[in-house]
Ligand binder design. Structure first.
Ligand code: AMP
Ligand code: ZN
Length: 104
């Protein structure tokens, strides 16, 4: 599968890693649109929120907790979390991910 995020997860493409655990990676966005702009990416390839199944319920909870953990570690007081769903909403990479913006 030709998915840039799967390649980053498999270390076939370089990226700026911030954090990794069994189910997620957190990297710096290559084109930041805020002073802090991170991407929380599940290792499981899911195209988008539209493709979530009931079995992904825990993964979605973990995703928010993963963002919280990284924000805490980086001493980010306030931050914004965003998931784009579909082209019209700005999703350009079809591998589920959540943006974390901070330092406005
Ligand atoms: P979205 O528009 O929600 O699909 O977000 C995709 C994000 O991934 C954009 O903000 C891009 O700047 C970012 N991006 C694309 N390629 C890379 C990459 N190789 N490493 C880090 N971030 C990337
Ligand atoms: Zn993928």
């Amino acid at each position: 599968m030709d998915c840039i995020f799967c390649k980053i997860i498999n270390k076939e493409e370089p990226s700026d890693f911030i954090y990794e655990n069994d189910n997620f990676i957190v990297i710096k966005d290559i084109k930041p649109s805020a002073p802090v702009h991170l991407l929380i990416i599940p290792k499981k390839h899911i195209d988008s929120v539209k493709h979530l199944e009931p079995e992904d319920k825990d993964l979605m909870g973990e995703m928010v907790l993963c963002a919280q953990k990284v924000a805490k570690e980086k001493n980010l007081k306030d931050y914004r979390l965003r998931i784009n769903v579909g082209r019209g909403a700005g999703q350009i990479i079809d591998h589920l991910h959540m943006h974390l913006f901070s330092g406005f």
